[in-house]
Design a binder for this molecule. Structure first.
Ligand SMILES: [Zn+2]
Length: 512
């Protein structure tokens, strides 16, 4: 039990003293157990029983009373270790969520969770394609290292992934995914799960996925397992094609003209869609927001059966989505650039030991696994160095750490920039809290773009051609950072795909 062992679970992100056990307590820290007079093994079982009691109570499966015997002293405090729930919101851009200031009420349940947890304001995905981004979350490694550079690559068994870490520590592990790229046959991310549910054709609704996840929790409870659980839930409801959801349509239909109509004509010509281009654009943004709201409703159902007193909940996204910001073809998309609307993602930690608040340091999805190891005090158990850094320790990610991102150079998507891109190579970017450098691979030369993210958050003005002493001082450092980090991403092995799988990936634009 954490409190009895003198361990601090109050965590705020950033430099802070590392936990050290109180040597005066050691393994004989039994004082706070005395009120209930239980042996360590009974005590351990009580934690498990208590955990399932609370879960079952919330789910509505248990009807018996909680024995008063155990409601005493230290025994009612946080179990050790907590359950862990990791939620990935596919295609969820940060700035369309209430917790990040969006004016529409797209995310009331996530907002409430964030109010009880720690919210990272500058979280960045390292690649904006589903399978590679999840591989980075699960391994703490960049795509160049885990070699899942596109959806049709499989994470090799050699890597120790997040669910395997939990499995090795005695957790029951369950994964429930909603999108084709994370199907077991394709992803390689199912390793380490006792139960990995990816039964679907192209996708499935969050409602279905959450119901399956809650059923799995109920089965664990019924089996009276003593293990804590690690649950991974992946939502796909914000991913295109954007669909209206009758339940929420009335809340998100725009009566006002859009602000970015200049791009719509081009998009219309490409897609041969009839109708008013302004309405057309608005309807797509509306439909994206409807998807976010529907997704959040399902997230709320999941959160409703969890007890944040004994469950660490982490919510993030694999990437965002371009919604008409760029004058390019297919500008309703992701996996096409490293612009902010595609790489900035939500990141929330809530539960035992997490001090509520906000943090504005740059965070990467590579940091998720190191942060979990740090929070659970498992750093010493991981066999090789990770490229991410803990968001919760003084030796981890600092306020000056940069963030990197990559994507394959898709020539068509950058036709407006006039660059002759080498589509066999990758676009790379590095950003600090103010500056961002993007490097495009050309057929004969590379192209650089520099943006001031504070003055120009939409990345509209490339500052590379601007002669300015301040920029002259900034650019060399960023170029050096990028040169030291980037390079082409060598692809690993692909799974054996059925013709149906290939067709699905092609339909999503993911097979090159
Ligand atoms: Zn995705």
């Amino acid at each position: 039990m954490l409190a009895c062992l003198g361990r601090s679970w109050k965590r705020a992100a950033g430099p802070r003293p590392r936990f050290s056990r109180d040597p005066t307590l050691g393994s004989t820290a039994v004082d706070c157990r005395r009120p209930v007079r239980v042996t360590p093994s009974l005590h351990h079982r009580w934690h498990r029983w208590h955990r399932w009691h609370r879960l079952g109570e919330t789910i509505g499966l248990l009807s018996f009373a909680f024995p008063l015997l155990f409601v005493a002293g230290c025994a009612s405090e946080v179990p050790d270790p907590p359950n862990v729930v990791f939620v990935s919101l596919d295609t969820t851009r940060q700035d369309h969520l209430g917790i990040y200031g969006y004016e529409r009420d797209t995310s009331p349940h996530l907002d409430a969770l964030g109010g009880r947890g720690l919210v990272f304001d500058r979280a960045v995905a390292q690649m904006t394609i589903t399978n590679p981004s999840h591989a980075t979350m699960f391994t703490g490694l960049y795509p160049r290292t885990h070699k899942v550079g596109e959806n049709s690559r499989k994470l090799a068994d050699d890597f120790l992934s997040l669910p395997e870490v939990f499995k090795n520590h005695g957790f029951s592990t369950g994964g429930f995914v909603s999108g084709h790229p994370l199907r077991k046959q394709i992803t390689g991310l199912s390793q380490g799960f006792d139960h990995y549910d990816s039964e679907m054709q192209r996708r499935r609704n969050g409602e279905d996925t959450v119901a399956r996840a809650i059923e799995w929790l109920a089965q664990l409870r019924a089996a009276e397992t003593e293990n804590p659980f690690f649950l991974f839930v992946h939502f796909y409801d914000a991913h295109g094609p954007f669909r209206y959801r009758a339940q929420f349509n009335d809340d998100f239909v725009s009566p006002e003209p859009g602000k970015r109509a200049a791009f719509v004509q081009e998009y219309q010509e490409i897609t041969d869609i009839d109708g008013n281009p302004i309405e057309f654009e608005n309807h797509f943004v509306d439909r994206y927001d409807v998807g976010l709201r529907y997704q959040d409703e399902q997230l709320g159902k999941l959160l409703n059966v969890l007890d944040l007193n004994d469950t660490l909940v982490i919510v993030t996204a694999d990437h965002g989505e371009t919604l008409f910001e760029r004058a390019t073809q297919l500008n309703l998309n992701h996996g096409t650039s490293v612009f902010q609307e595609q790489i900035r993602i939500p990141l929330v930690f809530a539960g035992p030991g997490i001090e509520p608040g906000r943090n504005d340091r740059l965070a990467e999805t590579t940091d998720l696994l190191p942060s979990v190891l740090d929070l659970l005090d498992w750093n010493d158990t991981f066999p090789y160095p990770l490229e991410g850094e803990s968001l919760f320790s003084e030796t981890g990610r600092s306020s000056r750490s940069p963030a990197f991102a990559s994507n394959r150079a898709r020539t068509k998507q950058h036709s407006d920039r006039g660059y002759q891109l080498n589509h066999e190579s990758f676009i790379h970017s590095v950003q600090t809290t103010q500056w961002k450098l993007i490097r495009y691979p050309g057929l004969e030369q590379e192209y650089l773009e520099l943006y001031d993210l504070v003055a120009d958050p939409l990345e509209a003005e490339n500052l590379v051609p601007v002669e300015d002493e301040r920029l002259a001082n900034v650019l060399p450092g960023l170029k050096q950072l990028l040169a030291g980090w980037s390079g082409d991403i060598e692809m690993g092995e692909g799974p054996e795909l059925s013709p149906e799988d290939i067709e699905q990936l092609e339909r999503l634009g993911y097979v090159n």
